[in-house]
Design a protein around this ligand. Sequence first.
Ligand code: 3PG
Length: 308
Amino acid sequence: MGKKILMATEKPFAKVAVQGIQDIFKKAGYELVPLENYKAKEDLLKAVADADGMIIRSDIADEAVLNAGAKLKIVVRAGAGYDNIDLKAATARGIVAMNTPGQNSNAVAELVFALMLYLARGAFSGKSGSELRGKKLGLQAYGAVGRCVTPIAKGFGMEVLAFDPFVPAEAMKKDGVVPAASLDEIYGSCDYVSIHIPKTKETANSINFALLSRMKKNAVLINTARAEVIDEPSLLKMFAERPDFRYGADVAPVCAAEIQEKYAGRFVFTAKKMGAQTEEANVNAGLAAARQIVAFFEKGDKTFQVNQ
Ligand code: 3PG
């Protein structure tokens, strides 16, 4: 029987991706209901009411949203991080939650270099800046994004270190990455530190002043992961106590206005989270999400399920 699939994207996919998603569902005999650019949660609550499945990006699928979807069987987060889905509530309702790992990683990796270059070149102010070549880049986690960052960094002539307790040293070495023994080593020895950890109970606020204050003189911190993994009072303390410290993120902190007011030239924040906002990433993640939904309904395929 034809299914109704809601695509709730406060930050819409590129047109070409929407077309591709539409084609996949059309072929399966499903109806795609787009809810793009919505501003109020009520709109999402209303739209999910008669949906069998749902595609989201960073859109919040909390208990209220999941409960409002009386027929909902599956939610696919078209992207990597699924901290926006209440997994417990999904499980309680018997809803399968999935992500599409790796599909938007290259886009995020490329943005890391946009942020690094902007800060390396003095926020394009005309002042003399510095080059990436010969600098040390430390990756906090070596997952899909870290693996995309590495060859680009090497193209720039950077040395790459990574710390990831879940990835064997041999796998890093194969990519020409130096495995670091600790996070302290990454923060203490690198010219650039790029964060690639997910937001979990354990990682939230885990990047604190004790760690940040280890950073080398003139070191730059890049965050294309989640704002919440950095403890904001610690971030503000770093800006205040270390005039050499610079920070670039596409996940602006809650305290962005204070940083903007006091520390001009030492930060860059994008207006929206835009690491994954490319046509290519939208196509990769969006179409993967659509295919996963069809495979789930037609074959019971639960690959990429992230809840129990
Ligand atoms: C992800 O977790 O995949 C990224 O943060 C991308 O998020 P977005 O789909 O909201 O751009």
